[in-house]
Design a protein around this ligand. Sequence first.
Ligand code: ATP
Length: 645
Amino acid sequence: MANDNKNPKEKKPKFSPYWIYGIILSLFLVFTLFNNNTMDSGNSTNPTQFFKFVRDGDVSRVEIVNRRLAKVYLTKEAAQKEIHKKSKPTSFSLSAAQMPNYRFEFGELEIFQNKLNEIIDQENLDLEPVYITEENHLADFLIGILPFVLLIGVWIFIMRRMSGGAGGGAGGQIFNIGKSKAKLFDQNTEVKTTFKDVAGLEGAKEEVQEIVDFLKFPEKYTTLGGKIPKGALLVGPPGTGKTLLAKAVAGEAKVPFFSLSGSDFVEMFVGVGASRVRDLFKQAKEKSPSIIFIDEIDAIGRARGKNAMSGSNDERENTLNQLLTEMDGFGTNTNVIVMAATNRADILDKALMRAGRFDRQIFVDLPDVRERKEIFEVHLRPLKKEQGLDTDFLSKQTPGFSGADIANVCNEAALIAARNGKKAVDKQDFLDAVDRIIGGLEKKNKIITPSEKQAVAYHEAGHATISWMLEHAAPLVKVTIVPRGRSLGAAWYLPEERLIVRPEQMLDEMCAALGGRAAEKVIFNKISTGALSDLEKVTKQARAMVTIYGLSDKVGNLTYYDSSQSEYGFTKPYSEKTAELIDNEISDIIEEQYQRAIKILEENKDKLTELAEVLLEKEVIFKDNLEKIFGKRPFEKEERETLDK
Ligand code: ATP
């Protein structure tokens, strides 16, 4: 279980924001008290009674305060009357004569004045209302500061919520905002992942194993004068097991292991990231020898100063600077090793990657066929599977899959088998799982017209025919016209796992991809929108040939790819003239392959038609069906050998 990162020695701060709420409440009370002018008291009455008092000649003076309040003073004689006895004013500071006997709010001033004047005229009284404006400085002051106090109250409330204080008892959490959010795994927290759970990745495993060794037996390395590396960066595509590898280090190292993600440093407040970095390193040093693992380090480690226009970068840069300082700041003898993972090493700041910080870069690549087999074996362990399940076959069926994809295939296969009420997961469940992951869910009841279905069948048969005919096109596994995910049909290939690709291989693949549209043209003499994804793929490939790999004769042996920059930015790194040349070259390459596809299909029109008819009938066809129509594929042997290597 993860340590929840609270230091038991840490005392709760005495400050409680409840006193702020108290102040707000008191201010309200005081304000109400003063605003009601209760200092000079006087019994309350109402206008009807007041007019009666006036008629009876009991009133000696009327003060109209702030156009809304009437203060009534009685004559000496009237004050003695039984009816007014209760109105006797009391005050510590004023004499009885200075204090009104009654007070009331009369509403509309004009109506009140008219009525009063009417009575004065009728009774012929010598009474003239006095108009007074009273200023209440205290109330004004309180009204003035009230918004600020309210604002502070709301701010404290939000801060407490944000720092998880809502359920965390009274106050104090606000001060934890600058503390590191790393989870600590140590001898008290059992991490079950070990190197056994990480399949393949031999080289990477060896390197991280050495890191564990550095921490366990530092003398072994330092006696010869060597220094222990400060950091190791795991780089590779998503899902290849970088986090898993780090977890295994935690499981094996038996030293405190602080794990957090790059985004954990980021907060909306300036300075928080840097403070969290400081705190993380402080904790790690206290517990040394220890390992810090920062997942997705690109969240803070992105190269500085590229986005000068957005001010939000500053905070991230401060955090990164602090990280750089900390990695430089601790000596080799502190025995803290920083491990980090990213799938975008190209965008990381160069300062972060220099020797002395992340001295080691460990590449964790997509697994090859042998590694995939090992990964299958790890993830098949907990499954109930049929006897003699062929993991070699499964690994060959999943080129380009990452470890995470394979874990997903195994899980999906188990779910499919369970859905079909099987007692054990069999080969077909795995194949269905692979199809589901590559192509999405089958949509058997999607409404599709017979002519659309025919077009899809010929389109897919076109791909299948060309890839069968061309040496370097990927060998076909199966073709389907059952709609799946967003596509109406699909052809499954088993691409060769190449480390370098030659132009003829790229061109063959492009020709096969254009086979779908070419088949529509050859058979119906019409084309459709169904080739969108093929065209997208082909265009990207042709552009890459010309602008990235320098494979075009006309443009030459140059590349516009800049590994230090993720995109071109605002300006293209070539002239308008070259842009035109590139565009022409791309369209020439594609057109040439399209014509080549048309030629192949025209020559094999009868076989193409036969294949499409079988496809329309069966909806799914496999390699065997193709072999029946086309005969054995002449290049088969060579590809097998490549795959089996
Ligand atoms: P990301 O870069 O997206 O964070 P990652 O490289 O950190 O990905 P992990 O989170 O380590 O990938 O892997 C995801 C899952 O894939 C793991 O939990 C594990 O189940 C499986 N997996 C990946 N690689 C392997 C492997 N070599 N052996 C066994 N399982 C693996």
